[in-house]
Design a protein around this ligand. Structure first.
Ligand code: HEC
Length: 148
């Protein structure tokens, strides 16, 4: 009986370690993030890098089903490409409004109720700087909040 319990304990700690390992792979990695986002033309600080990485995670979870991971959109779903988009790369208020309220008459859903200001700020920052988009700025939670 004692032996069996010991075995169970070893299996349990093994599972715990595996879970931690998995968790770790999703955690912020400063060096990796620098490699991904910094270029010869642009150096982000750590706060911004965290925001970009968070935005990427949230985009993949909430938006990529229609707009695809690479932002190319989906013709069948009528979801526009987000790279090279004047709305994505243009004035922040219009972009924030579109994410908060969606677009009537299309399948673009409103996210005001499901995403908080920080989340929308992170997503907006990400899409303005991913796939060749080059706003080279961040969107803040305060900027999102005034559009609600
Ligand atoms: C269920 C599908 C769907 C999801 C999920 C979705 N969108 Fe959309 N999105 C659309 C459609 C459809 C349009 C095109 C509307 C139109 O015809 O102008 C659109 C348009 C847009 C536009 C305007 C682009 C342009 O140049 O016209 C932006 C920006 C955008 N979406 C961002 C997002 C973001 C950010 C998310 C996630 C938080 C998201 N979308 C989630 C379907 C979706």
């Amino acid at each position: 009986m004692m032996k069996y319990r010991g075995g169970a304990l070893i299996i349990a700690s093994g599972l715990l370690l595996m879970a931690c390992g998995q968790q770790e792979s999703q955690e912020f990695d400063l060096e990796l993030s620098k490699q991904k986002w910094n270029s010869a033309f642009l150096t982000w600080n750590e706060t911004d890098l965290r925001l970009l990485d968070k935005g990427e995670r949230l985009f993949r979870k909430n938006c990529s089903v229609c707009h695809k991971r690479d932002g190319r959109g989906d013709i069948q779903l009528g979801a526009s490409a987000l790279y090279n988009s004047p709305i994505v790369n243009g004035q922040k208020p219009a972009l924030i409004q579109l994410i908060l309220k969606g677009k009537k008459g299309t399948s673009m859903p409103p996210f005001a109720a499901t995403l908080n200001d920080e989340d929308i700020a992170a997503i907006a920052t990400y899409i303005r700087n991913a796939w060749g988009n080059y706003a080279a700025d961040t969107v803040t939670a305060a900027e999102v909040n005034v559009q609600r």
